[in-house]
Ligand binder design. Structure first.
Ligand code: MG
Length: 161
């Protein structure tokens, strides 16, 4: 793999710039899995988030989604119609969810179910992102939801072995 590809460190930096920390996501993984896996820990939840963020497909998806949010925010998009859709966060756009599915798809049907649940409830950092109307976050909330959903699914599968 060429060294010009994005790395785990790049993704951590990008997420930090968006105000999202591994611990914020790990807390949600813990809360999701606690009812099913009583001995799950915050440490294990952090590990699971880090493992998801190390995957090539996930790194690529985070980079694409955040670049679109950031370009729209800075009004730097070539396509001004698309820019307006993103800035206004028009509900029926849908590409944000579909891009996030590419993360869940690696981790199977539990990840997809968790993603739908998180999208409905919007707990913790997901709700904070979603309620921040100051800046364009069309892709960020779905990407965080998918990372958390996938890390939770990973915990579930490991305890099932
Ligand atoms: Mg969205």
């Amino acid at each position: 793999m060429g060294s010009n590809f994005g790395t785990y460190e790049d993704v951590i930096k990008l997420l930090n710039e968006e105000g999202v920390k591994i611990e914020d996501m790990a807390t949600l993984v813990y809360d999701l899995q606690k009812p099913y896996v009583p001995n799950v820990t915050i440490e294990e939840s952090c590990e699971s988030i880090k493992s998801v963020l190390s995957k090539r497909e996930v790194i690529n998806t985070v980079m694409v989604g955040l670049e679109l949010d950031r370009s729209a925010r800075a009004r730097r998009m070539e396509n001004k119609k698309l820019e307006k859709i993103l800035v206004d966060d028009q509900g029926l756009f849908g590409v944000d969810e579909v891009l996030a599915y590419t993360i869940c798809n690696i981790y199977g049907s539990i990840a997809l179910t968790n993603f739908g649940y998180l999208d409905k409830i919007k707990p913790g950092i997901i709700g904070i992102i979603n309620n921040n109307h100051e800046r364009c976050n069309v892709f960020l909330d779905d990407i965080i939801g998918a990372i958390v959903a996938s890390a939770a699914s990973r915990v579930a599968h490991r305890h099932d072995e």
